[in-house]
Design a protein around this ligand. Sequence first.
Ligand code: OSB
Ligand code: MG
Length: 385
Amino acid sequence: MGFNAPNFVGIRLSPQFQDVALELKSARLYKFALPFKHPLDLKHTTLHQRDGLILILTDTAGHVGLGEISPLPGFSRETIETAIYKTTMLVDRMINFGELTAHHHSRRTTSWENRTAPSVVHFGVETALLSLLANARKISLGAMLYGSSSNKIPINGIIRSSLSDWVPEADFLVSEGYKTLKIKVGKINPFLEAQGIQEVREFVGPDIEIRLDANRSWDLETGIQFGQAIQSANVAYIEEPIQNPAELPRFYDECGVHFAFDETLHRIIDPTISFGSYTGLKALVLKPTLIGCTARFIALVNQAQEQDILSVISSSYESDVGLAALAQLAASIGGDSVAVGLDTRSALTAGTTKTPSSIQNGWMPVRTLTTQDLDLSYSELLYEN
Ligand code: OSB
Ligand code: MG
């Protein structure tokens, strides 16, 4: 019984990949729990450990595909329990009954445009399938989807400390080799924060790119005041400055600071929407884990490319397996010229591979993982088929 991965995922690849049917043989699903170095404060919760799932698919020829399914509390719609349930049901059907039944189970009979909410399960299962297909053809996931790939990608270093530590943190990251910094704002008084941004700019000089992320902290008026106060700091863009995305063009009109979508893309908005109508939109910050399926991710990247908007691939505190897949996508989409948001591994004390996805001089090497690379000592086997 052949399983056509691109058809299942709902994408078109070149014929050498599109027309190949996988003979799926077995699946294993692990659940990991990785401690954070420090409690991680997110918008609605504080996390002490990262829970997630690693899916290992094997075909009858022994090729392997890896995927990660890690719902992020406060961001993903699904809990880890729901994700386990959905993944095991879906994988069970894939192995035992093939593509059509699996399709039916994952509601793929309706395309993503007609669904309302993305699912963290889809992206993880799809990367496992697609990377199995790529491994069998001895090519990387990114190169299979996009034709070419760089072997390393530049990373934006994250500053999530409190305001008084911004300059020392920036100093540290720049000395480590980062050329792009991303500072989390919207936590305390916006005027003090704006002053802090000016200080960071003065300190790092004109050649370091500065990005900001406010995670929708402000109303329009506060956002505009902040934007006006940082005008001279030459910030590349600010992610999600205000609560209502519909007001973003006004934000830009009033302060001239470019903005980027992040949270806005975690819901399926009108697929025919033109980003061109969002004057001031500079970048899409794309978190495949939260965008929820490969077909939608690819459609967003294509749409951004057509409209001269930057695609900035970004992580959601995945383990090494998920990060490796994100790095492969980034290496084919922005290559070595767009700094991406994969600086999240350093927040964890342990991972899911023997060597962690490391960043050196602000660059992350792109790697293709095999089962030999895995270290599942922080994981337990949940399911085997
Ligand atoms: O707000 O961009 C965010 C990670 C998880 C959840 C939300 C966010 C993030 C990141 C990822 O900041 C790292 C990055 O984009 O540089
Ligand atoms: Mg963001």
